[in-house]
Design a protein around this ligand. Structure first.
Ligand code: KG4
Ligand code: ZN
Length: 332
């Protein structure tokens, strides 16, 4: 079954065609980062307008790259939430229109389920069920127990900022531009992670996260010492990054001790972070848990993951009606 996926929940306009939930026939992502950079973050109205401009060319490119026309597509899946409602609306309406015009089955998919399914794409050895997932992006920070395809249990999530949001806000404080995660990662490689002690929030047994206090601690440090330059900037980046990584790793270890599993996956844009990948693989490995990390272009927002998640729902007979609507917040 060939499924077209459409993703417009935030600042990437994406379309893809995936066969049987695994084989990626095309995967087109049009990023709006340049449009949002002057504002230091995603501006919802700007995102919606760019989606309107980009969505049809992106859908056409996904078909062209796959060497298919719509006659060869068997179903349509779109992200229905969570995300920016005006942005989601664009993808949902286009998906509905294609499905209606072509008489194709339609399904709405949770963006989070998409992220959790990305690890299966082009992968002959995906994590077995049940497994633990750490989903860390600019919008989400969640520990999820993946019981089976389509069955998820939320174990913990951030109480304030997402991990990627913390990277972006600290990068902004340091004048490093937007988005800042990759820049901090690069600076941190040659910094001393023990140079400055930043707080690790929620040290107790909870599986929740909190990163807003850490951001405030960095701001206070900068107010006191001034914006660091040279080696001091690398040290601050490394110390901040280690505080985020330690919090994520500690809770992931707590989660596998509480709910034993033998496999885990790390996904979302922050999964690109090298310190996080190293420390998480080592800490989970010590617990006998094997960590899977999808390639970077499958960790960040894309439509192949939506097509894959949609495939499983369509296969189970799920169908959305023409009243399918975006939902800004959508529990797993
Ligand atoms: O998954 P994603 O592309 O979009 C969202 O759904 O949010 O994640 C983007 C986030 C941004 O906050 C960005 O700063 C962060 O991922 N990020 C990183 C790295 N690369 C991207 N954070 C830490 N280290 C990185 N290497
Ligand atoms: Zn995402």
């Amino acid at each position: 079954m060939k499924v077209m996926g459409i993703e417009t929940s935030c600042d990437e306009t994406a379309a893809a065609v995936v066969e049987d939930g695994r084989r990626v026939l095309s995967d087109v992502v049009s990023s709006q980062v340049a449009a949002h950079r002057p504002y230091g973050g995603v501006v919802p109205e700007v995102a919606s307008r760019h989606h309107v401009q980009n969505v049809l060319p992106v859908v056409r490119a996904a078909l062209a790259d796959a060497g298919l026309d719509l006659d060869a597509v068997d179903g349509v899946a779109c992200t229905r939430g969570p995300g920016l409602v005006g942005a989601l609306l664009v993808g949902v309406q286009v998906a509905k229109s294609i499905a209606y015009a072509r008489g194709l089955p339609l399904v709405g998919v949770s963006h989070l389920e998409g992220h959790l399914t990305a690890v299966q794409l082009e992968n002959d050895d995906p994590p077995k069920f049940p497994h633990l997932a750490l989903l860390v992006s600019g919008g989400h920070t969640q520990l999820i127990r993946v019981e089976a395809q389509g069955r998820y249990r939320l174990l913990g999530s951030t109480r304030d900022d997402a991990a990627g949001e913390a990277f972006d806000k600290v990068a902004k404080l340091l004048g490093l531009g937007y988005p800042g995660g990759a820049v901090i990662d690069r600076l941190a490689e040659t910094g001393n992670p023990r140079a400055i002690h930043f707080p690790r929030a929620l040290p107790g047994r909870t599986l929740d996260f909190s990163f807003s206090g850490l951001k405030t601690a960095v701001r206070t440090w900068i107010e006191r010492h001034g914006r660091p330059l040279g080696p001091a900037l690398h040290d601050l980046a490394a110390s901040f990054q280690q505080a985020v990584v330690d919090a994520l790793v500690r809770k992931a270890v707590l989660a596998v001790r509480r709910e034993p599993v033998s496999e885990a996956q790390l996904t979302g844009g922050v999964a690109a972070n090298r310190q996080l990948r190293r420390d998480l693989a080592a800490a989970l490995g010590a617990q006998g848990v094997r960590l899977h990390v999808p390639p970077p272009n499958r960790c960040t927002d894309n439509a192949a993951m939506i097509a894959a998640a949609g495939f499983h729902r369509l296969e189970r007979g799920e169908r959305a009606g023409w009243d399918l609507n975006p939902q800004a917040s959508l529990p797993l």
